[in-house]
Write a protein that binds this ligand. Sequence first.
Ligand code: NAP
Ligand code: MG
Length: 496
Amino acid sequence: MTATTHTTNWHTLREQVTYPTGLLIDGRFQAGADRLVVTSPIDGAPIAEIDAADAGDVDRAVQAARRAFEDKRWSGMAPADRKAILIRWAQLCEEHREELALLHALEMGKPAREAYNVDMRAVIRTISWFGEAIDKVLDEIPNVASSALALIEREPAGVVAAVVPWNFPLTMAAWKLAPALATGCSVVLKPAEQSPLSALLLCQLGMEAGIPDGVLNVVNGLGHITGRALGEHNDVDVLTFTGSTAVGRRFMEYSAASNLKRVWLELGGKSANVVFPDADIDKAASTAAWSIFYNAGQMCTAGSRLLVHESIHDEVVAKILSIAQEMQPANPLDADAPLGSVVSHPHMQQIHDKVVSGAAQSGEILTGGAPVLENTGGSYYPPTVVDNVDPSSLLAQQELFGPVLAVTTFRDEAEALALTNGTQYGLASAVWTNDLNRAHRFARGMKVGVVWVNCYEEGDMTVPFGGVKQSGFGRDKSLHALDKFYDIKTTWIELE
Ligand code: NAP
Ligand code: MG
């Protein structure tokens, strides 16, 4: 990952940063029925106590979004005018890039430098890209008999609820908010309980940019209260979710039990790097290491499985182990922290429990495998590599959402493909080979939404992102993301 140099003193900025703490409803920060304490995984210290929404607060937010949608203050605006406001919002994010990056680090423990370089770049690009795109989307007039005129028009779907996780808190929010707002929908966002502060500041900037009152609302709170109330609300038209497969399942249930709202799910993964002997071994190994250790492995696309040809196993694993040594966790406010903390103490404990029970089932821990920096009060887990993992065992099948790599060897291409596809997930995977035919053949055989060939995590805003199988359905990014928030209306006009 290329990073620009950045010289902020994040420790100093921590003492100065300010952000809203209320619920954002109808253009105003308001009190909620509940309170929530946000704790930093850096040191276990409380960062803020904020308002949290119960079902009644959620209802107020949905009603505000509905009023705003129906009176067309945003949905009826010319796309070029919505575009100008979205672009202004992206500019304000650039102006507040340091505070927003710092809040990432405080809330969920990633290095502030990376939040600044990677997350904030993605957020700014996402908002400006969908702003730029929206006045270039055209409707359709099909070729029908001359006795009729048919129109195929895209209409904004209405009130969108967006429920997002904490791992890329603002990027995931922006992937929902930007296309939904661009189409003219009104939105109610529920950030993860661990990362509401960055989301509140982001949306405050949206209001400052000129998004009208009621069009963009934020309800902080707990998943089983606030998230559930959105899922079950009878006046939400579309629910767009990023998070775990288990919670995605709940949203399907909420929809079925309420108004059959449209549900879009971006869920978990168990992605693989598949390395053939004819690949650039050095690049494959270093990218594979980065793909699982980056963001402390808390990525839906984390390359949590290494499938490596038996003839190059030792060479690839040795290289990964040396990178693991370099990527040890440190305070994410330190300018040169290679890795930060994981999101919370309970999450760290879950990762560790799965490493212990997984390795007891199958595999040998080569490095890592226990929490570190415990005297800081924070939640730090080191890069962990488990070798010789049986493909049917826990470490090869379950998403750990931590910096834990499961290594399995294969003998031939057919076995490699069967292993790649041998989980419930189908989000992404990478194949490493310099054989052009094999690259295409293998890519076609992979049951995933995103294939990388001789790279990992590459792409830009023009390409869709999302999974198949139990990794979900619907796509974020690209013009395809707009489809989630449009209804298509057919009008048939008889001319004779
Ligand atoms: P999570 O537990 O599924 O939570 C995601 C969101 O759902 C949070 O806002 C959460 O609120 C809410 N929620 C939890 N339980 C709920 C319930 N019973 N009803 C309604 N809402 C509920 O996921 P996470 O731990 O935050 O994030 C990790 C997961 O996200 C991983 O599985 C990862 O693979 C997935 N992910 C997928 C993608 C993708 O694009 N495919 C991207 C990033 C992450 P609380 O925070 O208050 O619990
Ligand atoms: Mg959670």
